[in-house]
Design a protein around this ligand. Sequence first.
Ligand SMILES: C[S@@+](CC[C@H](N)C(=O)[O-])C[C@H]1O[C@@H](n2cnc3c(N)ncnc32)[C@H](O)[C@@H]1O
Length: 360
Amino acid sequence: MNTLEDLHLERYPSTSNKSLRPYSTAELLALEYIGGHNIEKVYLYNDRFGFWNCMLYPLQTVTVWTYASQKKAIVQNLKRNNFSTEINYFTPLDSLEKVSLVLLKVPKSLELFDLFLYQIHQAATADIEVVCCFMTKYFSKSLQQIAEKYFYETSQSKAWKKARLFILKGPKKDVASEEFKKIISFKGKEFKQYFGVFSSSNIDIGTQFLLQNFHVTQEELMVLDLASGNGVIANFVQEQNKNASVTLVDDFNLAVASSKCNVNPLNSVFICDNSLSSFNKEHFDLIVSNPPFHFEHENNIEVTLHLFQEVFYCLKDTGRFVVVCNNHLNYATHLSKIFPSVILHAKNTKFSVYECVKLG
Ligand SMILES: C[S@@+](CC[C@H](N)C(=O)[O-])C[C@H]1O[C@@H](n2cnc3c(N)ncnc32)[C@H](O)[C@@H]1O
């Protein structure tokens, strides 16, 4: 195992907040725990910036990835340290084989934690050890309940630097198979989404406010649903303009997989990415979004502001950007620095819908 002092690690996307590191003490604690193990192969869950991939290099690892930005972060950090970037990737929906050792940073979404454990349990060897780590402030009793669905033995370590481990052993027999999709009814339609995807019990109220205050014209043919989640906005666009070609972009692979259940695939393109850099300048007539403003436990406006700049680049001169914002985030100020014209289209106590155009 490598030491932290030997490595050069950075976050991707980069941040101006210098207090944010590319690893947490919880991840360090998990590594220390497996330090004495004879490791043949270790499965890594939620290795957000590639810290475990780099620390464990060149041991055999399998990375279960969830975010496109996570894949980029891992590759960049491996490259920075002159390590090979050949990574054994799986998604949380893939089948795994003979899993006997796992490092798992508990995600904010406990539904996603449930899905992770289900996937692990399906391929668990009898002597499996699942080393979950978390910062103590995020502990919830549900963690225990979810773990007990799949494992007989669960134990917690002592806290170290506000972090703790949760060790799971003894895979249970006869665990019922599950699909891990939720069904949300909205406006007479049913939307399906995988566990862990944004707003799991209802269509987000911000999105609902956006949809109440937004109409697609018949001239808007090239449309982007940015940060598309389960695809509810793209579905609405398709309903309003049957001729529109809709591109959906989301950083989260389970969001993209969910949107494929809810959007007509003819005339749609699904992309798992955290950036719009693959699009040409002035590509879209309409870009519509309920943008992200937090990532796991961190609120991060920098990611959103970067996306707004990319929107400006790939929007046609005659195009428009329609975006719903939480009032407390004051996005109008930021949007006005990028777009010559930012019009407040609708507002309620919580949300505002803005229409931004390039030609003021
Ligand atoms: C507020 S939710 C909106 C989801 C969906 N449009 C809706 O209205 O229900 C924001 C979405 O942004 C995604 N996301 C986060 N960072 C992103 C990025 N850099 N690029 C694209 N999508 C991102 C999240 O995975 C999440 O699905």
